[in-house]
Write a protein that binds this ligand. Structure first.
Ligand SMILES: [Zn+2]
Length: 292
């Protein structure tokens, strides 16, 4: 293929949203259930909310998702679902990148800790592409308690993201679920790493709903000027990004999580500009910067 033409083809999905207006909301954590009917309903819901979604896509669904995205520009961007223990993981990173996917995820259930050196070639390749990596952190379900499994939440602690964020500074890392219940460690590692964020999807906002102001003790450093906290003009809560963790086709989770995020942020007195960044501005800037 002619060189310029090849470049245009490569850039096509990028340009689609690269030139678009900023959506009000970006949901950075949506699981595809593999059905096209779900994508149609999801796109309609996102359109109605002036929202965009990062869609967690299995390799088997790559082609169908890619063509759906082309037919529905600016509504979805892809997170390629890989397993850290898959011997073909690095090749899959290339494949998802070539398809225009800005990130990978949700990484979960590893056989070793997330920061284990055997996974570094995967992180290094993703860093070359300036990708967003969505990691599951904290407690995880037991889908069938009668079946033996090699899974431990200890390998998915939020502190395991600290080394990855430092060693691969051009990655953007999102830890899902704020490390439930390890909120303090999650927020503290994010405080010192500009490339590390967390979402608050899952049971945390339900558990903490009787006292949403609890999160002021976790994201405590907004008004603090001290050599012991990094110089940043952003609000402490801006270490949070919006993610709903829709899975199994449950689109209602988008509205439920959105409502809980807003209640919590209002209860904590987070100013509107910071809330706008949490809801979409931060991820939008990351997506745009990736293409420069
Ligand atoms: Zn998760």
């Amino acid at each position: 293929m002619h060189k310029l033409l090849r470049l245009l083809v490569l850039l096509a999905p990028v340009m689609a949203w690269g030139q678009a207006a900023q959506p009000k909301i970006i949901d950075a954590h949506i699981h595809h259930n593999g059905e096209i009917s779900f994508l149609r309903k999801l796109a309609a819901r996102l359109r109605a909310a002036d929202a965009m979604g990062l869609l967690i896509t299995a390799p088997k669904d790559l082609d169908s998702v890619k063509s759906f995205m082309e037919q529905n520009p600016n509504r979805l961007a892809g997170l390629g679902e890989i397993k850290l223990d898959d011997p073909n993981a690095v090749e899959l990173v290339d494949r998802f990148h070539a398809a225009g996917f800005p990130g990978l995820g949700e990484l979960t259930r590893p056989l070793r800790r997330y920061d284990d050196r055997s996974y570094w070639p995967i992180y290094a390749r993703a860093e070359q592409y300036r990708m967003i990596l969505l990691f599951h952190t904290g407690i995880v379900n037991r889908t069938n308690p009668n079946v033996p499994e090699d899974v431990s939440i200890d390998r998915m602690r939020p502190t395991t993201l600290d080394l990855i964020a430092r060693r691969f500074p051009k990655l953007t890392i999102i830890g899902a679920h704020l490390g439930n219940p390890d909120y303090d460690h999650a927020a503290e590692v994010a405080r010192w790493s500009p490339n590390l964020y967390f979402d608050l999807s899952g049971s945390t906002l339900i558990k903490k709903s009787p006292d949403f102001t609890f999160f002021n003790s976790v994201f405590w450093w907004s008004a603090v000027a001290s050599p012991h906290t990094p110089k940043s003009k952003t609000h402490a809560f801006e270490k949070v990004v919006f993610g709903s963790d829709i899975f199994g086709g449950e689109i209602e989770e988008f509205d439920r999580t959105l409502a809980n995020y807003r209640k919590m942020l209002d209860a904590c007195g987070v100013p509107p500009e910071a809330q706008a960044n949490i809801m979409g501005g931060t991820v939008w800037r990351i997506l745009r910067a990736q293409r420069q």
